[in-house]
Write a protein that binds this ligand. Structure first.
Ligand code: PLP
Length: 517
């Protein structure tokens, strides 16, 4: 985030929003456009080169409320923040901010529409469909995930919501087949490295706690789920009358960026009639680079795919992109159709064929023509109301373009490699799992051959580094070992920040080792 650029664009955006409110009564309150109006006005794919800001927005410079910022934000709020956008932030996974993401968020807040159905704000629904088609093409997702067919993309708040809605869709789909009484027999599979959001989703979906199988992944597979182990477990479950119905694989696990083998896992899921979900919340962003796209090989077997644009893709929180191949499964699980929300443009709640049977003449043509063009996103998510989140993703794609986004990812991966090299030069440390993306898992080697001593030492090192305030790192546990995680991904991080953090780590390690002798 460039501070001066932010200043200039931020002023322009505020003026624009103020002018919008000044002239708001000049607009029809209910949108008068026809379905698909935006598709004709926008290109099919995201630009490779950045677009000029002037094409997106025009406005004039205005003043910000400096007094409020000085008295309240600076004095009272800033001291209570953990600075996720600091270049010295290396904890968890990043949560990116950018000029484009910020002004998109600002515009969304300024317009403040609630786009639960197409008619509630046609631009919000249509832009979301278009932008997620763009992003799907950047990720080279199979065509089945595009909105032109039976699938499509939707922005959820978080990856947790994404896995919940697809689990609900999969649950209802299988229960329609085997009967409602079978809920207790349904089984979910994933590795024990899968994000805890899957377990939460199982709890909400009423899956029996013992039927959420988190299969042990070990260092022998670099913490990826073993297809053989999965097959064996499914066979055992089938013999005792259980019903396997959902498999969640991860590209880039939270602890160590392990990549599950999508192709073999997907084939197992398919042969057992299971829904196959791929969680690429963090690492999905890297897959816009051709050299990392192979980590998604096998995604063609998936029923749903998720990546968080708010993690490592310059899009301000929250923006979790979910694609499904069969949107009707989501709609069947999550739609409600109360009288107060009905309108003649409620396409997609019935297949096009049904609309033809229900209506005749002009209306039939009108409604059927809409059936595959618009969706009511309220039926793809848990809440009814939804924000205009596609604006910020659209601005990120337009203002940076694919090539800049690829450079951005590559730069962080280069910095992570640099950190890995620094560790390799200091025999007191070791890299614990192979680095794949921009996370390095490492630890200080214990002086005594004793695991609990090693764990204590690394815990102390983490606390010592974080208490300096000059760098922030986090930890995990792998095979019983306490591991330090160094995740490069804050937009402002440069090599000098990585070097400085490494120096703090080394200095603190020296003191701790001296104390433990
Ligand atoms: N999946 C993975 C692989 C993650 O790393 C995370 C969070 O870091 C999540 C899911 C949950 O993300 P969210 O906070 O968007 O629910």
């Amino acid at each position: 985030m460039d501070a001066e650029q932010l200043r200039e664009y931020g002023h322009k955006m505020v003026d624009f929003i103020a002018d919008y409110y000044k002239t708001i009564e000049n607009f029809p309150v209910l949108s008068q456009v026809e379905p698909g109006y935006l598709r004709n006005l926008l290109p099919d794919s995201a630009p490779n080169q950045p677009d000029s800001f002037q094409h997106v927005l025009d406005g004039e410079v205005a003043q910000l409320i400096l007094e409020f910022i000085r008295l309240y934000i600076q004095a009272k709020i800033l001291p209570g923040l953990t600075h996720w956008q600091s270049p010295n932030y290396f904890a968890y996974y990043p949560s990116n901010s950018s000029v484009a993401g910020f002004v998109g968020e600002m515009l969304s807040a300024g317009l403040n529409i609630v786009g639960f159905s197409w008619i509630a704000s046609p631009a919000a629904t249509e832009l979301e469909m278009i932008v997620l088609d763009w992003l799907a093409k950047m990720l080279k997702l199979p065509e089945d995930f595009l909105s032109a067919g039976q699938g499509g993309g939707v922005i959820q708040g978080t990856a947790s919501e994404a896995v919940l809605v697809v689990l609900l869709a999969a649950r209802d789909k299988v229960l329609r087949r085997v009967g409602k009484d079978a809920l207790e027999k349904l089984v979910v599979y994933a590795s024990d490295q899968t994000h805890s959001s899957l377990q939460k989703a199982c709890q909400i979906a009423g899956i029996h706690p013992e039927n959420c199988r988190l299969l042990k992944a070990t260092s022998s597979t670099n913490y990826a789920l073993s297809p053989e182990f999965l097959s064996e477990t499914i066979s055992q479950d089938l013999t005792i009358g259980l019903i396997p119905f959902f498999l969640c694989a991860t590209v880039g696990t939270t602890s160590s960026t392990a990549v599950d083998p999508l192709l073999s896992l997907g084939k197992i899921a398919k042969s057992n009639g299971m829904w196959f979900h791929v969680d690429a919340a963090y690492a999905g962003s890297a897959c816009v680079c051709p050299e990392f796209r192979h980590y998604m090989d096998g995604v063609e077997e998936a029923d749903s795919f998720n990546m968080n644009a708010h993690k490592w893709f310059l899009t301000n929180f929250d923006c979790s992109a979910l694609w499904v191949k069969d949107r009707s499964a989501l709609v069947q699980a999550l739609s409600t159709n109360p009288e107060y929300l009905k309108n003649k443009k409620m396409a997609d709640s019935k297949p096009a064929k049904t609309w033809f049977l229900m209506y005749s003449g002009k209306l039939a043509k009108l409604v059927a023509s809409q059936a595959n063009m618009v969706v009511d996103y309220k039926d793809w998510q848990v809440p009814l109301g939804r924000r205009f989140r596609s604006l910020k993703l659209w601005m990120v794609l337009r203002l940076y373009g694919l090539e800049n986004l690829q450079c951005y990812i590559r730069n962080h991966i280069k910095l992570a490699k640099h950190f890995e090299n620094l560790i390799a030069q200091d025999p007191r440390f070791e890299v614990v799992t192979p680095r794949i993306f921009s996370l390095v898992c490492f630890r200080l080697l214990p002086v005594r051959d004793n695991e609990s001593h090693g764990n204590k030492l690394n815990h102390q090192l983490l606390d010592a580094v974080n208490s300096t305030g000059s760098a922030f790192i986090s930890h995990t546990v792998l095979s019983g070992k306490y591991i330090l995680r160094f995740a490069v991904g804050a937009p402002l991080t440069e090599e000098k920040h990585v070097n400085a953090a490494w120096k703090v780590l080394q200095d603190k390690a020296t003191s701790l080792l001296a104390e433990s002798l």
